[in-house]
Design a protein around this ligand. Structure first.
Ligand code: TXA
Ligand code: MG
Length: 316
C-alpha cells in the first residue's frame, strides 16, 4: 500500500522526470509499453522489487522481465549467444523477451529472477517506455500491471482500476498498440519458445533459420506465466463457440454482429490489440458466461488462443 495517492503522470519532461524520481525512491510506477502496461520498479532494489510482488499478489516463484533502453544495456546484464544476437538484432526494440544467462556482476535483485541463473530481458518499443528508461538510466523490472491472475492492462484506466491504490505513479500513454504480452524465447542452449506473444513464432523461426523448441509443459515453472488459469476475466469462458447459448455473451471474431468483436474483418493484429480491452469490458459489464468465436491458430492467433485457453482453464 502507498500512503500517498497515486500520481497520474503525463508523457512530458516533467511527468517522466517525476516517474524516474519515484523509481529511484524505491516506489512503483506503472507505464505503457507497446505490448501491455508494466508495473515498474528499480530492478536493482530488493525492497522495490518485493513491492511488485506484494502489489500484484504474485506467487514469489514467478520471475520478472527486466526492461532496458537498448541492446547495449542488455549485454551488460546477460550473456548473448549467436541466436540471441540474431533475434535481438532483428526484433529489438519490440515485443520480444529473451531469457539469457545472467551475468554475475549484473547487480539485478535476486527477487527479479526468483533465484534462477537466467534473466528475462527486453527493449520495449514505445516512446513513453523509452523516455522513462532513458531518464531512469537503469534496468526496470516490470511485470504486466494487473493483480496476479487477472487480465493484463492495455490502458491507464485498466491499471488504475486494478492497482490504483497500490502504486505511487502511473504514466498515461493511451492504449497499447500490440495489446498482448511479449513473446518469450530462451536462448540458453537450443532456442526455445516459453510464451507465444506479440511477435509471431513464424517470424522468429524465419530469423533463426530453424524451428524453436516448444517448452510448453504446464508443469514446468520455467515460465510460470504459463501456469493453467491465468489472464482470467471474472466470467466463465467457452472457446470455439459457433453459436451462443442462453445466458452467454459472445466475444466475436470475424463476421458476427455483436457489440464486442475482436475484429469484424478477421484481422489477427486488430484482434490482439482488442483482446484484453474486450475482456476488461466484459468484466465491467458483469458478464458471467463468455462464449468466444473460433480464432485461427496462426501468426498472432497462436498467442491470442494461448491467452484464451488460460482464461477458460479451471480456476484454482
Ligand atoms: O509484454 C510483456 O512481456 C509485459 C510488458 C510489461 O513488458 N510484461 C509481462 O511480464 O508480461 P509478466 O511478468 O506478466 O510475464 C513475465 C513472464 C512470466 O511468465 C515469467 O515466468 C517469465 O516471464 N520469466 C521471467 N523471467 C524468466 C526466466 N528467467 N526464465 C523463464 N521465464 C521467465
Ligand atoms: Mg502478466
Amino acid at each position: 500500500m502507498t500512503d500517498t495517492p497515486m500520481a497520474k503522470l503525463r508523457h512530458d519532461p516533467n511527468g517522466i522526470a517525476q516517474a524516474a524520481r519515484l523509481l529511484r525512491d524505491g516506489r512503483l510506477v506503472a507505464f505503457p509499453t507497446e505490448t501491455v502496461y508494466g508495473l515498474g520498479a528499480d530492478a536493482t532494489n530488493d525492497r522495490a522489487v518485493a513491492e511488485i510482488y506484494a502489489a500484484k499478489g504474485r506467487p514469489s516463484f514467478n520471475p520478472l522481465i527486466v526492461h532496458v533502453a537498448d541492446g547495449e544495456a542488455a549485454t551488460r546484464l546477460c550473456h548473448f549467444n549467436a541466436d540471441a544476437d540474431r533475434l535481438s538484432g532483428a526484433f529489438w526494440p519490440g515485443a520480444l523477451t529473451l531469457v539469457l544467462p545472467l551475468r554475475a556482476d549484473a547487480g539485478i535483485s535476486k527477487l527479479v529472477t526468483a533465484g534462477l541463473d537466467t534473466l528475462a530481458v527486453r527493449v520495449p518499443d514505445h516512446p513513453v517506455a523509452h523516455d522513462f528508461l532513458r531518464a531512469f538510466k537503469g534496468p526496470i523490472a516490470a511485470p504486466s500491471a494487473n493483480p496476479s491472475g487477472r487480465v493484463s492492462p492495455t490502458t491507464a484506466a485498466h491499471v488504475e482500476a486494478g492497482l490504483g491504490n497500490r502504486i505511487a505513479g502511473l504514466v498515461d500513454g493511451g492504449a497499447c498498440p500490440v495489446g498482448l504480452e511479449s513473446t518469450i524465447v530462451a536462448c540458453v542452449e537450443q532456442p526455445a519458445l516459453l510464451r507465444a506473444g506479440g511477435i509471431p513464432t513464424e517470424a522468429l523461426e524465419a530469423c533463426l533459420g530453424q524451428p524453436l523448441l516448444i517448452a510448453e509443459d504446464p508443469a514446468t515453472p520455467t515460465a510460470p506465466g504459463q501456469l493453467a488459469s491465468h489472464y482470467a476475466p471474472h466470467g466463465a469462458v467457452r472457446l470455439n463457440a459457433t453459436s451462443v447459448e442462453v445466458g452467454e455473451t459472445l466475444l466475436g471474431f470475424g463476421r458476427v454482429d455483436v457489440p464486442l468483436n475482436l475484429s469484424p474483418t478477421g484481422d489477427l493484429t486488430e484482434a490482439a490489440a482488442n483482446l484484453f480491452k474486450h475482456l476488461h469490458a466484459l468484466d465491467a459489464m458483469g458478464v458471467t458466461k463468455i462464449a468466444v468465436s473460433p480464432i485461427p491458430d496462426h501468426g498472432l492467433g497462436q498467442a491470442i488462443n494461448d491467452r484464451l485457453r488460460r482464461a477458460a482453464a479451471p480456476r484454482p
